[in-house]
Design a protein around this ligand. Structure first.
Ligand SMILES: Cc1cc2nc3c(=O)[nH]c(=O)nc-3n(C[C@H](O)[C@H](O)[C@H](O)COP(=O)(O)OP(=O)(O)OC[C@H]3O[C@@H](n4cnc5c(N)ncnc54)[C@H](O)[C@@H]3O)c2cc1C
Length: 555
């Protein structure tokens, strides 16, 4: 599809959808829905996708940002899951080299820790074997001295040694967006801020969805031969719009991450640790100048639209990190930001703890024909999507006899921006044209080959070459690019998901909000009143997050 992925296209999409019947309507624009829309459109199905908020706004922008084989799963014997995840890790490194990057992980072993040296060595051998020894590199063991050399700030007391193994880090929100844009290029009609509020039925069968366009306030009926519910933690809520008494498929849990300045922790590598507080596996991950500490895993009773971290979550993570980096003495004053995500875990009555709930998925069909995909994880979204589309293809065949291709080339066709595997080459081109190297790297790691389009905007209008915040490598041209090519509709779409300044700036990039609102206003045709309202909505969101992790003052 030649049309850009923009607000104007969104409007045209909704107009077109109200008048046609598509083969497949996907509800939910997280990574699962995005993968389904991509796979289906690549197999030639007429496909539509709507999300109640921004793409990835649910769990898919709130993960640990790892594309991983799932080392932890070995403990539970979920070997098939490790095998599948390892294969998918290889695929994603190939099709989105700008967004999914290989990363070494140090796993230190301390005396008295839950995982001993021999267990770790055996586990990592199996981990490499399950990737058919095709991981980025094979793991290697380290002596105590070797660990100290890599991470001098790590607790020396009781240190026995460790190992380095390989996984990948990614930008989850941008991976979701790139997947949706690929679907759009293959003809899928996609819109954010369109909530499904009910289902259209004919003869007891689901034939479409009733929706609310949260931008215009219009109510629209969308028609489809098959509807797939891919709403992550909200799966059961959406199922109940079809079958009010449907028993829950999910047992969602909350996972929190905390961001602190990297120099305060004093680490260089990504680390896999077991929390001394409860033995849970946790990560200390480098993210530019910052460190991400995560994660928690707590049961929840209801599923909020906007989950927030709280003080207990944050304290747990800081205390766990302090146990490994005793000189850091991290405290609440170090916290740059925190985020909470909801894991769409399958309900598993036998599981004794949240960690023992399988990270698998299930596809179920209601009596009215609503197809629901529940569970899963970011890493395996592509293969889950293919399974769902196989199911949809069978339904369409029963309906009108058509033969849908058995597979799509989702594992070989690069995602938008991922066409050139050697990122150095793209960076060098930008530098040759006069861009500072750090900015060139920042743009290439967000946009891949499309960084050139952002650079062109900045070259044509030098004011757009300025950073949105001093010292940060996000420039005004990105806002324009995101409105024109990435369907950014709000200030938070720009600052929280298409860039991550909301989480990376200690003041949640509040100072950048007016400039972003100005740029978006010019692109989206907002009035001055709307522009101010949008900037304020962003400030309110930032204040909510801050409040949730700030201790209450004693009365
Ligand atoms: C803390 C944490 C860490 C994780 N870390 C990793 C990791 O490192 N690696 C990994 O592989 N996996 C990880 N996961 C798992 C992974 O993030 C999720 O499995 C995945 O993001 C779920 O994607 P999804 O599309 O199913 O759900 P979501 O991303 O939540 O998307 C569901 C979408 O449905 C939309 N929606 C809801 N209701 C409606 C409605 N009525 N109408 C229209 N749209 C609607 C929502 O707005 C939302 O955008 C982690 C999860 C958590 C919580």
């Amino acid at each position: 599809m030649d049309q850009p992925f923009s607000a104007a296209t969104r409007r045209a999409t909704l107009e077109a959808l109200s008048a046609e019947t598509v083969d497949l309507l996907v509800v939910g624009g997280g990574i699962t829905g995005a993968g389904i829309a991509r796979d289906a459109s690549m197999r030639g199905l007429t496909t539509a996708l709507v999300d109640a908020g921004d793409f990835g706004r649910g769990t898919s922008s709130r993960s640990s940002r790892l594309v991983h084989g799932g080392l932890r799963y070995l403990e539970h014997g979920w070997l098939h899951l490790v095998f599948e995840s390892s294969r998918e890790r290889g695929t994603l490194l190939r099709i989105a080299p700008h967004l999914v990057r290989p990363a070494p992980f140090l796993f230190p072993v301390h005396a008295g820790g839950r995982v001993g040296r021999w267990t770790l060595a055996a586990g990592l051998w199996l981990y490499d074997a399950l990737s058919l020894f095709r991981n980025v590199r094979r793991h290697h063991g380290l002596s105590r001295k070797g660990v100290r050399r890599l991470e001098p700030a790590l607790r020396d007391q009781d240190l026995k040694g460790g190992a380095v193994y390989y996984d990948a880090q990614c930008d989850d929100a941008r991976l979701t967006l790139a997947t949706l844009r690929s679907a759009h290029r293959h003809g899928a009609r996609i819109a954010n801020y369109v909530a499904v509020t009910g289902f259209e039925k004919a003869g007891g069968r689901v034939r479409g969805a009733l929706t609310l366009d949260r931008v215009s306030g219009a109510r629209l009926a969308l028609h489809a031969h098959v509807v797939v519910n891919a709403t992550g933690p909200w799966t059961d809520l959406v199922r109940r719009l079809d079958e009010p008494s449907a028993a829950p498929l999910l047992r969602p849990t909350k996972g929190v991450h905390v961001v602190v300045p990297r120099h305060r922790v004093g680490h260089t590598e990504a680390l896999t640790l077991t929390s001394p507080l409860d033995g849970r596996v946790m990560f200390v991950l480098p993210w530019g100048d910052l460190s991400i500490l995560g994660t928690t895993d707590t049961d929840i009773t209801d599923v909020p639209e906007e989950p927030l971290a709280d003080i207990d979550d944050v304290t747990y993570l800081l205390r766990s990190a302090n146990a490994y980096f005793p000189d850091a003495r991290l405290n609440l004053g170090d916290v740059v930001s925190a985020w909470a995500g909801l894991r769409p875990l399958l309900a598993s009555p036998g599981a004794t703890s949240t960690a023992a709930v399988p990270r698998e998925h299930r596809i179920v069909e209601s009596s009215g024909g609503l197809v629901t995909i529940a569970g899963g994880k970011l890493t395996t979204y592509r293969s889950m999507a293919a399974e769902v589309v196989d199911r949809v293809a069978r339904r369409l065949r029963r309906l009108d006899g058509r033969r849908v291709p058995r597979r799509a080339a989702t594992d070989t066709e690069p995602l938008p921006g991922g066409e050139v595997p050697d990122l150095d080459l793209i960076v060098r081109d930008l530098v040759d044209e006069g861009m500072e190297e750090p900015l060139a790297w920042a743009l290439v790691s967000r946009y891949g080959t499309e960084a050139a389009a952002v650079a062109n905007l900045a070259r044509r209008e030098p004011a757009l070459a300025r950073p949105l915040l001093p010292g940060q490598s996000v420039i005004g041209a990105e806002v324009v690019h995101q409105a024109r090519r990435e369907m950014a509709m709000t200030v938070a779409d720009v600052l929280a998901r298409r860039t991550r300044l909301f989480l990376e700036d200690p003041h949640q990039a509040i100072e950048a909000a007016p400039a972003v609102a100005w740029l978006l206003a010019a692109e989206l045709g907002w009035s001055a009143e709307e522009r101010d309202k949008q900037a304020q909505a962003y400030r309110d969101e930032a204040a909510r997050m801050r409040r949730a992790i700030t201790p209450a003052r004693p009365a």
